[in-house]
Design a protein around this ligand. Structure first.
Ligand code: ADP
Ligand code: MG
Length: 389
């Protein structure tokens, strides 16, 4: 009997388009940096040239504010996506920036937990809907609510990886245990391939000895699970930590990502480098960071050394703020235009071109003297209670 070969074209079209990498940013605690990280990590990945989708699963629906997008009653949201079987990603997605789309949430999302709970296979709804994102996005970031309820379980069922945004403090470290237990439960049934990639330190203060002690404890705990069959066996503290930077808190009040608002600030640098590290880990390209604001700012600084410390794209006067009560940030960059064409006296020029002026040299020896003491008090003092399950 002659064997019939399938035509090559049909083989090609039968192969499913690649599934995007799906990452849940999860922490049952609020105010730890989940939304800020979803938005600005997403924006950085998009500026590296990748197609990114952000999904807001938090009833506080803060994500849209970062893009200056006001919700309208007709607009369909993640609630429709989860509850209406005929609603797909295309019906709810909005473009925030080139290469960066998002699905908005609504405050009634809090009620969705109850409605979802009544549905068959409710934990897998989001995973099913993300099938239509195949071939259209490279990365999907899920901004989870501050709870470990049905919405977070949906995110974990859909996700390949979990990032845990948190501060390097003692109490959040204790909360991590509960979070890992939830991921473990999901891995035992709904999504065996889920992995906890690591801790994303937000609002980080690297000069605090307590923070260093907590990080040391986290790393030591993760080290104990390297050979274990648990989703966090490969977990680490992601680098770099995101420093506390007020520009990150100001940006959403202008409806901007940090790359639109202050592309040269420490917050923008941290999210860009975090994105670069992740793309390398995922074997995705890091060739170009869009040739956009950061590169332009660098070029402008090189051309005009007197404006070195200022972002060239200073926030515009006419803001797109949606929160009227938010006072206009009084940043130096907002108050002054970036270039300084005026001739500057010699001493001033010298100061402006110095990379890091240290007005109080007295503080230096004091710091240096304290450092070893901090290091010695490091690990041993924090008791996490262990991350064992
Ligand atoms: N690195 C940071 N530096 C300064 N403020 C930050 C930083 N990250 C987040 N914030 C601010 O902290 C608050 C909580 O952050 P958010 O991302 O909304 O947390 P979550 O989504 O976990 O509730 C917000 O006001 C945000 O602007
Ligand atoms: Mg949030």
């Amino acid at each position: 009997m002659q064997h019939e070969e399938a035509p090559l074209e049909s083989l090609a079209t039968d192969a499913p388009a690649p599934r995007p990498r799906v990452v849940a940013l999860l922490n049952q605690k609020g105010g730890v940096g989940k939304t800020t990280s979803t938005v600005n990590l997403g924006a950085a990945l998009a500026r590296f040239g990748h197609r990114v989708l952000l999904i807001d699963l938090d009833p506080q629906s803060n994500l849209s504010l970062h893009f200056g997008v006001e919700g309208s009653p007709e607009q369909r949201t993640v609630r429709d996506l989860l509850l209406d079987p005929s609603c797909g990603i295309d019906d709810v997605v909005q473009q925030a920036r080139p290469g960066l789309d998002f699905v908005p949430a609504v405050t009634e999302l809090a009620l969705v937990e109850g409605e979802l709970a009544a549905m068959d296979g409710m934990q897998g709804v989001l995973r099913g809907k993300l099938e239509s994102a195949r071939g259209r996005y490279d990365v999907v970031l899920l901004d989870c609510p501050p709870s470990l309820g049905v919405l977070s379980v949906n995110a974990l069922t859909a996700a390949d990886e979990v990032f845990v945004p948190m501060q390097a403090h003692y109490l959040p470290l204790r909360g991590l245990e509960k979070l890992l237990q939830t991921v473990h439960l999901v891995a035992q049934g709904l999504n065996p391939s889920i992995r906890v990639t690591g801790i994303l330190l937000c609002m980080h203060d690297g000069s605090s000895s307590h923070a260093r002690a907590v990080i040391g404890e986290m790393e030591a705990q993760f080290e104990q699970f390297r050979a274990a069959d648990v989703p966090w066996s490969g977990a680490c503290v992601l680098q770099p930590p995101i420093r506390r930077n007020i520009k990150l808190a100001e940006a959403p009040s202008f409806g901007k990502t940090i790359f639109d608002y202050a592309p040269a600030c420490p917050g923008a640098r941290d999210y860009r480098e975090l994105a670069r590290g992740l793309l390398e880990r995922w074997s995705l390209s890091t060739d170009a960071f869009d040739g956009g604001p950061v590169r332009r700012a660098r070029a402008a600084r090189r051309a005009a050394p007197t404006s070195e410390s200022k972002p060239t794209s200073a926030p515009r006067r006419k803001s797109t703020r949606t929160l009227k009560s938010v006072p206009k940030p009084k940043s130096r960059s907002a108050a002054r235009p970036a270039p300084k064409p005026k001739p500057v006296p010699k001493r001033a020029t010298k100061r402006a071109t110095k990379p890091k002026p240290k007005p109080k040299p007295v503080a230096k020896p004091a710091r240096a003297a304290k450092a070893p003491r901090r290091a010695r008090t490091g690990r041993g003092r924090i008791r996490s209670g262990g991350l064992s399950l």
